[in-house]
Design a protein around this ligand. Structure first.
Ligand SMILES: Nc1nc2c(ncn2[C@@H]2O[C@H](COP(=O)(O)OP(=O)(O)OP(=O)(O)O)[C@@H](O)[C@H]2O)c(=O)[nH]1
Ligand SMILES: [Mg+2]
Length: 390
């Protein structure tokens, strides 16, 4: 039976109810509008005409109801669900542009205020960190990154910080170890919403563009036997081993023959400087040239050197310049191993399931500050810093 006691939010003052479309704009079968704040349930109850049964105000949270929304006319057919005891509701209506706009229009006419999208996460989250995790969740491009953020929305980082705070007086060594683990995991945490950048580098004609196309499985970049084909920076987003990556193809490094190529080479250098990892491609079938040695001598925080065109007879010995892998972009040889190597180099040791992972700069700052205070013999200050949060 659907007969329940009246909902607490029903009696609250109308007027500060807020509403927001929480699904992305564009074509789609279903859109979702979230409604919350004082008077939310009473407002939606007034506007909602259930297909059958009792009104919304007597419903228990978690039971979807089918009906129509709109004070007059046919109104869109919707599914309304009360999410919790605070009177947070979701209205699922038809997707696209018009139907969610009509639902929003109906709610605003009834007195709801349009909410900032960033406020929506705060409606269901239990803490500041959980709110931030839900804010970042729509930016997570892969299941792996989304799962880590969902763990933080579920309280993993909050619980770990509370546990660490309890260790401050009890066990200094364990405390330092756990703070350091969190700092190490933040390397991944800070990339959950934006991913990593991997830049392809190499002299002209070594097969950088062919390699980009082979990795992503479509003809994204122009490939030609003439050196100097790629002029601009060509980017592409993909997932390698479940981690979101922006792959950047660049102009080949050499003495430029005209001003367009010079600009392209400048852009290639900037792309390399900003990348998390440089994939330096050499041509294993042709003798090494000064441009190869120039690139090999560049200092970079992380780099993988590959020898391409392994389907052709080798022109030099691979262990000569620190090549880690021989591949053939043309034949697709070695690409699985390359994907694993890239993931290993950028992600390192991924956190176990349900682990605490700091994912904002402010979290990392707080943990670094706390560690600093512990190491300088001020555990009480470390505790205070953890309590203040990020
Ligand atoms: N045999 C063989 N040929 C390849 C391989 N990879 C690329 N090529 C060929 O090498 C030539 C150059 O390939 P690109 O991908 O355009 O080279 P690039 O490094 O992007 O060159 P620029 O854009 O000029 O810097 C083309 O003719 C490709 O078909 C490979 O693994 N084996
Ligand atoms: Mg190219």
């Amino acid at each position: 039976m659907d007969t329940e006691k009246p909902h607490p939010a029903e009696s609250e003052i109308p007027g500060s109810t807020r509403a927001a479309v929480i699904t992305p704009p564009g074509a789609g079968a279903i859109a979702v509008v979230r409604v919350w704040g004082p008077g939310s349930l009473a407002m939606v109850d007034r506007l909602f005409r259930p297909a059958s049964g009792i009104g919304l105000a007597r419903m228990r949270p978690g039971r979807p109801r089918v009906g129509r929304l709109g004070a007059c006319g046919v109104g869109d057919q919707v599914v309304v669900e009360i999410l919790d005891d605070q009177g947070i509701l979701e209205i699922q209506c038809h997707g696209g542009r018009a139907a969610p706009l009509a639902v929003m229009h109906t709610l605003i006419q009834a007195g709801a205020a349009r909410a900032e999208p960033g406020l929506v996460a705060a409606t269901t989250a239990q803490s500041v960190i959980a709110t931030q995790a839900l804010e970042d969740l729509p930016l997570a491009a892969t299941l792996k990154t989304a799962a880590i953020l969902l763990d933080q929305a579920d309280g993993a980082l909050d619980r770990e910080i509370a546990a660490i705070a309890r260790l401050v007086v009890a066990d200094r060594e364990a405390l330092v170890g756990r703070l350091k683990t969190l700092i190490q995991r933040s390397g991944i945490g800070l990339r959950l919403a934006r991913g990593w950048t991997v830049a392809l580098a190499g002299r002209p004609n070594v097969g950088k563009s062919r390699l980009m196309n082979a990795i992503i499985g479509r003809e994204r970049a122009l490939v030609d036997h003439r050196p100097g084909t790629t002029r601009d920076v060509v980017t592409c987003e993909l997932a390698l081993e479940g981690w979101p990556i922006e792959l950047v193809d660049t102009a080949g490094e050499r003495e430029a023959i005209d001003s367009i190529e010079r600009q392209g080479i400048e852009r290639a250098r900037a792309a390399r400087a900003h990348a998390d990892l440089v994939l330096l491609v050499l041509d294993g079938s042709m003798p090494l040239e000064p441009s190869d040695f120039h690139l090999l001598s560049q200092p970079h925080q992380a780099r993988i050197v590959v020898a391409n065109k392994s389907d052709l007879p080798p022109a030099w010995s691979l262990d000569q310049v620190g090549v880690e892998l021989a591949i053939s972009a043309e034949r697709g040889q070695g690409l699985g191993e390359l994907a694993r190597l890239i993931a290993e180099r950028i992600v390192g040791d991924p956190p176990p399931a349900f682990a605490a992972v700091p994912f904002r700069g402010s979290h990392v700052q707080c943990i670094v500050d706390a560690l600093d205070r512990v190491e300088s013999g001020n555990p009480a200050e470390a505790l205070a810093r953890l309590a203040r949060g990020g």
